[in-house]
Design a protein around this ligand. Sequence first.
Ligand SMILES: *Cc1c(COP(=O)(O)O)cnc(C)c1O
Length: 404
Amino acid sequence: MFQINEDYLKLQGSYLFSTIAKKIQVFQEENPEKDLIRLGIGDVTRPLVPAIIEALHKAVDEMADAKTFHGYAPELGYEFLRSAMAKNDYTDRGCDISKDEIFISDGAKGDSGNIQEIFAKDNKIAVCDPVYPVYVDTNVMAGRTGTFNKETEMWSDVIYMPCTKENDFKPELPKETPDIIYLCFPNNPTGSTITKDELQVWVDYANKVGAVIIYDAAYEAYITRDNVPHTIYECKGARTCAIELRSFSKNAGFTGVRLGAAVIPKDIKRGEVTLHQLWARRHGTKYNGAPYIVQRAGEAVYSPQGKEQIKDQVGYYMKNAKVIYEGLKEAGYNVSGGVDAPYIWLETPKNMTSWQFFDYLLEKANVVGTPGSGFGPSGEGYFRLTAFGSYENTLAAIERIKNI
Ligand SMILES: *Cc1c(COP(=O)(O)O)cnc(C)c1O
């Protein structure tokens, strides 16, 4: 008789997006004439750029000919993509990462969820609060988080690092020593970043206590300021303590195409065993790579035309971010994020809770956003708007908010 994995029963329901969907449905039924603008989406909306479309077409044609057909991809991914990443993302930035330390995958969501499998079950994780929910949920599934306290909305065996306006939305070194530290900069949901010097403190700390940092670089392409690192390997000593996750989703619009990579330097070891070797073994068994066609599309991201076109696309979203950021400021809101990230994080006014503000914005401006409390207890009192809408809708939404 089979038994189920009871750790899955500990997962809290995906309350956030289902509640939002229900509230929108009720609102639309009651107000069929109202035109809603959604600034809550965490997904890109612009089409793939021409350089990528061209590469996809070409790769599809190759699959139609026996001479250029491709079957299973190599376990680490195709050399052409790993070299392009090693060069453009690392070597050209002065970072020491080689192409055989890059594992091509079907996205950072999967990698950020799967990576915990190579660590012992009793390892303790530390996460920012608020946080991208995948890091905690996958550790819940693995039985690593203890029990959930419904009052505090916290797991007994997780170290939470609050990120609020008091610390400029940057985590502080935890009092209790973690084994695995999840960091994501530029951050989802707060849109905050840290400087290279500040990240160096984390790298030094991880090396000192023997922890590993899982660094999610999904929003790297949105960085505009010079002192914000594009990769954790800009920091000294990161090769012995940091795994980096890369995604093609938010920079190049691959959310539906699926492509990412995990970077695992060969210098992260416990005794004689390297994390690189464990991940290679896992990748070879539970393959979660990407198709040849998609890897060719990823290569095009690094072509001169691809780079130019993608820069324009990120620029499109960042123009929206600026409209939101400046518009809210003018309207008297306390806002952060939005400069190196497509997310604008605002403090809810008049002591409203995150959910009260959701209802307020929906009713008064017919604008949909995301309550900060959905990302963790320290997100209470905050609210996320995203720059992934159309420019016209973004302008219109901000006008409406100003006119409340
Ligand atoms: C969107 C997002 C990703 C990207 O995941 P993919 O699987 O590559 O689409 C990763 N991390 C964070 C924090 C994100 O918000």
